[in-house]
Design a binder for this molecule. Structure first.
Ligand code: ITT
Ligand code: NA
Length: 208
């Protein structure tokens, strides 16, 4: 049984639709989040915390909206910014920009207490390097639990809100002429950051 650890029901809906076989259990656990300009270390740290808490194989999902004309804002702060400025507020700021290109990014982090084979995945290697850079003690005395990372990315444009599906920033994110809030879950999964990350995870997980 795979436990998807999140406080966000929209993420679970998409994961369940993608993985389909009913093998996903949701755990609503607000794991402690570190701050970083990158999603990968946030997801990796979250997966370790969630695995220690749950004791079962866990998948943690860290995602964000990156607006090019704002140097990637709100990025890893997307959740805080949705709670403060709100989706309308982010749209208002972006509508003053010449460059309204944006992307959604998602990093899935899997941890089950096992060590994984050295992986050719570059972000996995980065995470290992980050662990090594934490010092010799981090490698020996208190070596971090191994985590496997899967990344997904989708390009788009910030537009005026359209549609009432999806969640979060979906109404203002247009991809190929359609906002994510105008797509049903299956169609969004076929192109989205989360769908792409889930595809990589599912392929790897099936081999295990
Ligand atoms: P958990 O950390 O508990 O999983 P969260 O909603 O706080 O839930 P994040 O920390 O990853 O998740 O924050 C991501 C933010 O980006 C949050 O405001 C989401 O609503 C938004 N977001 C993530 N994926 C999205 C998607 O597919 N469509 C629209 N908005 C999304
Ligand atoms: Na969060």
């Amino acid at each position: 049984m795979l436990t998807y650890v999140t406080t966000n029901p929209g993420k679970v809906r998409e994961a369940e639709s993608y993985l389909r076989d009913g093998s996903v259990k949701r755990l609503e656990y607000d794991y402690p989040e570190i701050q970083s300009p990158d999603l990968a270390p946030i997801a990796a740290h979250g997966a370790r915390e969630a695995y220690r808490h749950a004791g079962d194989p866990v998948l943690v999902d860290d995602a964000g909206l990156f607006i090019e004309g704002l140097d990637g804002f709100p990025g890893p702060y997307s959740s805080y910014v949705e709670d403060t400025l709100g989706v309308e507020g982010v749209h208002a700021i972006a509508s003053d920009l010449d460059d309204r290109r944006a992307s959604f990014r998602c990093v899935l982090a899997y941890c089950d207490g096992d060590d994984f084979d050295a992986s050719p995945d570059p972000i996995d290697r980065e995470d290992r390097n980050a662990a090594a850079a934490a010092g010799p003690d981090a490698e020996t005395a208190d070596r971090p639990l191994p985590v496997k990372l899967f990344e997904g990315y989708v390009p788009g444009t910030i537009v005026s809100p359209r549609g009432d599906g999806g969640f979060g920033y979906d109404p203002i994110f247009e991809h190929d002429g359609t906002t994510f809030a105008e797509m049903d879950t299956e169609r969004k999964n076929a192109v989205s950051h989360r769908g792409r990350a889930l595809a990589k995870f599912a392929e790897w997980f099936a081999e295990r």
